[in-house]
Write a new protein. Structure first.
Lengths: 265, 234
């Protein structure tokens, strides 16, 4: 118990990556997020849990302005990345998304080779001066995605030919190729079998050494396994946010207790 | 927590384990009561019943451990459910120990019937054991009713048990000093007294488990300790 608390203490000391203040999100007239305040810390995995429609994915998508692509979506309040307002007019959402990468529910590799999938981001952001540098970036990203050993001999085969779990790790490699600071993951394992899930979870734990990771998951056990901090959303509200070990052993809010013990859906 | 699980089988599993704990608690209460009674009335038959009954208590603990292990494996309990399951395992272990002490008391009764009576220490021991049994009953009631106040009261009452033990300890010493023929029965009486005092500690543990289930906090180490025989020179 004490060991665990010490570990948690260490992670609490990392700096704040995202600071969200009074965030409200609307789809037309419907309010999806109600006055959310949360600090997401660096080098730590933060899990968002909650029943379907609770706003956890919506809030995740606010963090790299993915909601900009939905015309009726309106975001109010303030979200700062390293103290900088990401909704400021001067911020280029494309540049923002290079800093805040994203992995989706279903693996969605481009219909290109494994190599080109990973090289895509570094190319458009001009991160490599020549082929050798690009090769290096691709290898590094695939290694971080825990996929290198499995694909190094077939880098020019289509990414869509990989298994589901490999495809998801390819998408993670693609997301880390641009050296992001934050990695957002929206249900990254929901389409994977338990072995592939375990591999991705192991990968998430490794990625934590380098990035701030935010993961939306329907699996509470997954949240418990991979995260250091957990946020419970319900009906658009952030009900409880705290250390994962505390949330799963002794949550403060009765709604959190009901949800994680399987009493409300 | 009055709310039901979406998965009703989960509720049924928990209810079964709760019922098993209560049944085991009942058996242990009987064991304490009968062991103390057999000691005071020198009833060897009743003492033998207590000794035989301990097997049923041990079997209950086995069953509770199996059922909680299965519940952990199949239901992955969290939060309040998790605390409950952890507490149940510890409560079963504490009850099992109390049962062992009762059995030991019954064993010594067999020896004591052939020895001289040591004053009225047998009655004093019975009073002490009856108080432990009442504490156990209250601890189990507190557990079922999620009554933190009652559990705290039980913990507080352990102080009285410690004091009763201190008094008995001195009394037995006096008897032994007066007449060496008292030494054998007095030593047995002393072991019984010490075991009864330990029963009180296990009851206290059970009450503490209930507080953990309800509040998520373990009561601090500042609980009253009044057994000073191990550090004083009589």
């Amino acid at each position: 118990m004490n060991v665990m608390q010490d570990v948690e203490k260490q992670v609490t000391d990392t700096e704040i990556k995202f600071a969200a203040r009074n965030v409200n999100v609307f789809y037309g007239d419907a309010q999806a997020i109600k006055d959310v305040n949360v600090d997401i810390r660096d080098k730590m995995v933060t899990a968002f849990i909650g029943p379907s429609g609770c706003g956890k994915s919506t809030f995740l998508r606010c963090l790299n302005r993915m909601n900009d692509t939905i015309p009726i979506c309106r975001v109010e309040g303030e979200i700062r990345l390293d103290g900088e307002d990401i909704y400021d007019k001067r911020v280029d959402p494309v540049q923002l998304r290079a800093r805040v990468g994203m992995v989706f529910q279903k693996p969605n590799p481009f219909p290109k080779s494994i190599y080109d999938n990973v090289a895509y981001g570094p190319r458009i952001h001009g991160l490599a001066r020549n082929k050798a540098e690009l090769d290096e970036i691709v290898e590094k990203a695939l290694r971080r995605g825990a996929l290198w050993d499995e694909v190094k001999d077939r880098l020019h085969e289509p990414g869509t030919g990989l298994s589901g779990g490999q495809q998801q790790r390819l998408c993670i490699a693609r997301a880390v190729a641009t050296e992001p600071e934050v990695l957002l993951m929206d249900e990254p394992c929901s389409a994977l079998d338990p072995i592939a899930t375990a591999q991705v979870e192991e990968l998430i734990d490794e990625l934590r050494a380098r990035y701030s990771v935010v993961i939306v998951t329907h699996s509470m056990q997954q949240a418990a396994r991979v995260s250091q901090k957990t946020a419970f959303f319900h009906l658009g509200e952030l009900v409880e946010f705290g250390e994962t070990a505390q949330i799963f052993t002794n949550p403060v809010d009765p709604r959190t207790e009901s949800y994680i013990t399987g009493r409300i859906g | 927590m009055s709310e039901q699980h979406i998965l009703s089988a989960f509720d049924r599993d928990i209810e079964r384990i709760q019922a098993e704990i209560m049944k085991m608690g009942g058996l242990v209460e009987d064991a304490i009561r009968n062991a103390a009674k057999s000691l005071e009335s020198r009833d060897v038959e009743l003492a033998d019943q207590v000794r035989a009954g301990d097997k049923a208590i041990d079997a209950m603990e086995e069953r509770i451990n199996e059922d909680t292990a299965r519940l952990i494996a199949l239901r992955a309990p969290t939060a309040g459910d998790l605390r409950l399951v952890l507490a149940v395992m510890k409560i079963a272990a504490n009850l099992e120990r109390i049962g062992d002490y009762a059995k030991n008391m019954a064993k010594r009764t067999r020896v004591l019937v052939d020895s001289p009576v040591v004053g009225d220490t047998a009655s004093a021991l019975r009073r002490m054991a009856m108080e432990v049994q009442r504490m156990l009953k209250d601890a189990l009631d507190a557990y079922i009713q999620r009554d933190v106040e009652l559990a705290e009261d039980v913990i507080e009452r352990d102080k009285d048990i410690d004091q009763m033990y201190n008094a008995l300890f001195r009394e037995l010493l006096t008897f032994m000093m007066e007449d060496p023929r008292n030494i054998t029965p007095a030593m047995h009486m002393h072991f019984i007294a010490k075991n009864t005092e330990r029963m009180g500690d296990h009851v206290t543990n059970i009450a503490e488990q209930l507080i953990y289930v309800v509040t998520g906090e373990r009561p601090g180490e500042d609980r009253p300790k009044a057994d000073r025989t191990s550090t004083s020179k009589a």
